[in-house]
Design a protein around this ligand. Structure first.
Ligand code: NAD
Length: 360
């Protein structure tokens, strides 16, 4: 089958890791045409906008995109181009697998977790009131009137909306994911004991959705602070985790740490009928243009993308090639060597070359 895929090189190290991933994906032999569109600093310099309209249009048309990390210049209108893309396309599910690969330094072995993070609401909705502003004072007065509780007048306020609608669709997504990828258990993570009307609603909705999967997938609940400890002590007791946005962000970095860090952590932002694939890491500007950083997180994001477009055998081939290069530990970037200043470490593109050589 022929595929047209939107390609967003991104900022900082983005173009380098995206190029490596693109070469690996092409080398699997699938038929792909890339629709390259520019977002981030280059777009700002050339077209005066961080997120030109044609970027979203391209993703809407092609339904699938591979995206490099994008820097958010401080004080530039919206909080983050990355968040803006997710919100504009309603990419409500952030999927972040945390899987151990032999050869990658880590405190743990054989971890295989999937974090499913709600991507559209919670404290990331961007509804904030700045300290000292008249509207903040009005809001404080209203809240005090409604709740009979005192808020300090010099407070800033961030709003945490959690809806039944978004909770239901993310938990259902997690169960459907578990079934599709033959996983046994979904754990809903929350702090419902304290935030009864937001996390409480998330949990209540999760329990309702879980009934539809009774007998097919095990359902468990965990309080987020306890979950953090459990993941460090007994990560193998868990399988698929589903979380509201903020906890999902934090726990997915914790889980990336369980398997060797950001260099090997892939991700996907999935909506009803489209998806954008990107590494968990950011644009690491200090490494820009040095051909130094690890391309694996971006390449594994490409593996997730290949599965999404139903090119499973290409995905398996590429993942196996990555595994071989990692376990051999020879043609790998500096961060994967036992010693970070190991002179035998290779550059980003040379590691991609080694992966391509191992594709069979
Ligand atoms: P970062 O992930 O860019 O970098 C932190 C550190 O992690 C780097 O200095 C480097 O040591 C290491 N690292 C990251 N990627 C690596 C790789 N592929 N190989 C080896 N080492 C790697 O995080 P940051 O410094 O907090 O953010 C930099 C910029 O990226 C910010 O502007 C931020 O907004 C943006 N960002 C974008 C995304 C995204 O596009 N989805 C995600 C996170 C951060």
């Amino acid at each position: 089958m022929d595929h047209t895929i939107t390609l967003i090189p991104g900022d900082g190290i983005g173009p380098e890791v995206v190029r490596a991933a693109r070469r690996c994906i092409e080398a699997t032999g699938i038929n792909v045409t890339w629709d390259v569109v520019i977002a981030g600093q280059d777009a700002k310099d050339n077209y005066g906008e961080l997120l030109p309209k044609n970027v979203l249009e391209s993703i809407k048309k092609n339904k699938v995109a591979l995206k490099g990390p994008i820097i958010t210049p401080i004080g530039e209108g919206f909080r983050s181009v990355n968040v803006a893309i997710r919100q504009a396309l309603d990419l409500y599910a952030c999927v972040r697998p945390a899987k151990s690969y032999a050869g990658v330094k880590s405190l743990y072995k054989d971890i295989d977790l999937v974090i499913i993070r709600e991507n559209s609401e919670d404290l990331y909705a961007g509804i904030e009131f700045e300290e000292g502003k008249p509207e903040t004072k009005d809001l404080i007065a209203k809240i005090e009137e409604y709740t009979k509780k005192q808020i300090r007048q010099d407070s800033g306020i961030s709003i945490k909306p959690i809806s039944k609608y978004a909770s239901e669709r993310i938990v259902r997504f997690a169960f459907e994911y578990a079934i599709k990828y033959r996983r046994n258990k979904v754990t809903a993570v929350h702090k419902a004991n304290i935030m009864k009307f937001t996390d409480g609603l998330f949990l209540k909705t999760a329990r309702e959705v879980a009934k539809d999967y009774n007998g097919r997938v095990i359902f468990e609940e965990a309080i987020v602070d306890n979950m953090s400890m459990q993941l460090v002590q007994k990560p193998k007791d868990y399988d698929v985790l589903v979380l509201p946005n903020l906890y999902g962000d934090i726990i997915s970095d914790l889980c990336a740490g369980l398997v060797g860090g950001l260099g090997v952590a892939p991700g996907a932002n999935v909506g009803r009928d489209m998806a954008v694939f990107e590494a968990v890491h950011g644009a690491a500007p200090k490494y820009r243009g040095l051909d130094k950083v690890n391309p694996v997180a971006m390449i594994l994001s490409g593996v997730l993308m290949l599965r999404y477009i139903k090119e499973d055998s290409a995905a398996d081939k590429l993942e196996n090639a990555v595994k071989k290069v990692l376990v051999e530990g020879k043609s790998v970037t500096y961060d994967l060597k036992p010693n970070r200043d190991d002179p035998t470490s290779v550059g980003t593109q040379e590691m991609a070359d080694a992966i391509i050589k191992n594709l069979k």
